[in-house]
Design a protein around this ligand. Sequence first.
Ligand SMILES: NC(=O)c1ccc[n+]([C@@H]2O[C@H](COP(=O)([O-])OP(=O)(O)OC[C@H]3O[C@@H](n4cnc5c(N)ncnc54)[C@H](OP(=O)(O)O)[C@@H]3O)[C@@H](O)[C@H]2O)c1
Length: 294
Amino acid sequence: MQLIDGNFISQQIKEELTAAVAERGNKGLKIPHLAAVLVGENGASLTYVNSKVKTCEQVGFRSTLVQLPVEVTQEELINQIRGLNQDADIDGYIIQLPLPAHIDEKAVLMQVDPNKDVDGFHPECIGKMALGMDTFLPATPAGIIELIKRYNIETSGKKCVVIGRSHIVGMPMGLLMQRNDYPGNATVTTLHSKSTQIKEVCQDADILIVALGKPGFVTGDMVKEGAVVIDVGITRVADESKKSGFRIAGDVDFASVSPKCSWITPVPGGVGPMTIASLLMNTMKSAQRKDTVS
Ligand SMILES: NC(=O)c1ccc[n+]([C@@H]2O[C@H](COP(=O)([O-])OP(=O)(O)OC[C@H]3O[C@@H](n4cnc5c(N)ncnc54)[C@H](OP(=O)(O)O)[C@@H]3O)[C@@H](O)[C@H]2O)c1
């Protein structure tokens, strides 16, 4: 069994981006600028946003945090988004989800300029991805693709099973693994909450990508000898032995699954750190697009 080390790869990407930003500075090209919109003071969201902003600073990007009170109206939020769309200095921005219940998340995300949608959630980005056109890929699936690529894991002709069909992870992951490219060219099966014979389908997978948010769901008896297992799950589980009172658990039971795998991502330290790395790569891509326009 070999570990797919997301901490190591994301650090490598950050170093590459730091060098690329410095080179852009030397050439007088625009320094990438990422903005993050945070509504309310949800603890987990604040942690995620702060870590995104901090990572931007580490690689030399400019960053802006737009913090709005929890009682902001949908109209006010959309006005802020229109401002970001019009601000020529902003290359990309994210809206930290979830939004408060009184705001229609879909209506808000539809207002994001697809050319600045570095989260890759806009229907135009998803549509272009499905058609194999150049676009921003959703950050978490893009991070998984980058891990597969950097570890030279073979995907062509492999049976790939994706558990989960969410719009941000499972669905785009399935599309990417079946596209005519590397990584891709896999025969993909998607499983969801209405699927039957989940164990048997998983047992046949050469590559198993697990994104359902149920800690320890995939156990050793569900995995084929030599399979590649990618664990996307991140769930806080109460743990009194930790100072924080919780630990982060993946969707895969690492103890029983890892001995059977050729490759496996740990949690934490696997897919998690790649999401921010992808966001930064998408922001750099957006800044680079302007080089050719100007
Ligand atoms: N590493 C990262 O950076 C990152 C990023 C995003 C998410 N995550 C984590 O990844 C996990 C999934 O996130 P998500 O946003 O995709 O979750 P989600 O929107 O809740 O989607 C979960 C998916 O799993 C399916 N599912 C639920 N129970 C199932 C079962 N018993 N058997 C088979 N399928 C089942 C659901 O099926 P239905 O469609 O039928 O409901 C749904 O498609 C979470 O732990 C999340 O925290 C991590």
